[in-house]
Design a protein around this ligand. Structure first.
Ligand SMILES: [Zn+2]
Length: 294
């Protein structure tokens, strides 16, 4: 299953099956020229792509910092809580023949990080985190404190510590092969397009229980290749209707664990609800990701 990426004429013949060709790939073998060489507004970030291009029909990527024009779309993404606008802004900021929709979700978030660090050098930004303190959680459980006291939102001036994790291509390709042989199911990490589609599916639902249920099955479905359905909804259908072994769930979850890559940001923060300071992993959230306007 190849990604729907427009091919540049000069490397159109490279439209090879993605997974098979990339697993043992050596970057030097058939390196493309980074787009940054054609347009100096762009910066080559090939080495920072933590998926290692394992799932893409290309092996280089460039990006440019946001322009003032991008801010309008970002404003819309934030005011409407729409991730799709944010993906569009990232698509606009990378090589013109590539779409952020086809990136793995984790590569997409990494590019959001890149933009935050490189586009906004001065502005403070708002971050959210949930307090994990056991004492605080016990007080919520007993009703002493309201559940929403666990959710914190703070304004910080500097990016926290970044942890970069590169995809383990060997482990991932072995697992893909195993699952293919055992269930005839082809795995593929969740894409940015799956996040957008999940958001749309959840918007149509009224009940929180339904939203949680769809998120649960979507997590599994988003890690299937498009051979099992072009859209996330089709892949959810596939998982629901096909008579698949419940063991497949564990094997997909193991894949998610093995295929982990991307950037995590941790920061020492103090919970407003209980006063305990700890190192927290900051959550990704369109609303909180970009700097405070004033
Ligand atoms: Zn707390």
């Amino acid at each position: 299953m190849t990604l729907k990426v427009k091919q540049k004429e000069d490397y159109a013949d490279r439209a090879t099956p993605v997974v098979e060709s990339k697993v043992t790939d050596n970057v030097a073998e058939d390196a493309e020229k980074p787009y940054s060489e054609k347009d100096t507004k762009f910066i080559n970030i090939t080495a920072d792509i933590t998926s290692g291009f394992m799932f893409y029909p290309y092996n280089t990527l460039s990006i440019r910092p946001f322009t003032l024009g991008c801010l309008r779309k970002i404003f819309r993404a934030v005011s409407q809580h729409k991730l799709s606008h944010m993906v569009e802004v990232i698509s606009f900021s990378i090589d013109p023949d590539k779409s952020a929709m086809d990136l793995t979700a984790q590569d997409f978030w990494s590019l959001m990080f890149w933009e935050r660090i490189n586009s906004y050098k001065k502005a403070p930004y708002r971050v959210t985190f949930n307090c994990l303190d056991n004492g605080h959680k016990a007080k919520v459980a007993s009703g002493e404190l309201a559940p929403d006291t666990l959710a914190n939102e703070i304004v910080v001036k500097n990016t926290g510590e970044l942890e970069v994790k590169h995809l383990d291509k060997v482990a991932v390709s072995e697992w893909i092969k195993k699952v293919q042989e055992e269930y005839n199911i082809s795995l593929y990490p969740a894409r940015a397009s799956d996040l957008v589609e999940l958001e749309e599916l959840q918007e149509k639902m009224e009940l929180d229980e339904d939203k949680e249920e769809i998120a649960w099955i979507a997590q599994l479905a988003s890690n299937l290749s498009k051979a099992h359905g072009q859209t996330l909804a089709e892949r959810i259908d596939f998982l629901t209707k096909e008579e698949l072994s419940p063991d497949l769930k564990n094997d997909i979850e193991k894949f998610i664990e093995l295929a982990d890559h991307g950037i995590r940001e941790t920061l020492t923060v103090k919970c407003a609800g209980c006063g305990v300071s700890r190192k927290e992993e900051l959550s990704f959230d369109v609303l909180s990701f970009f700097p405070v306007g004033d």
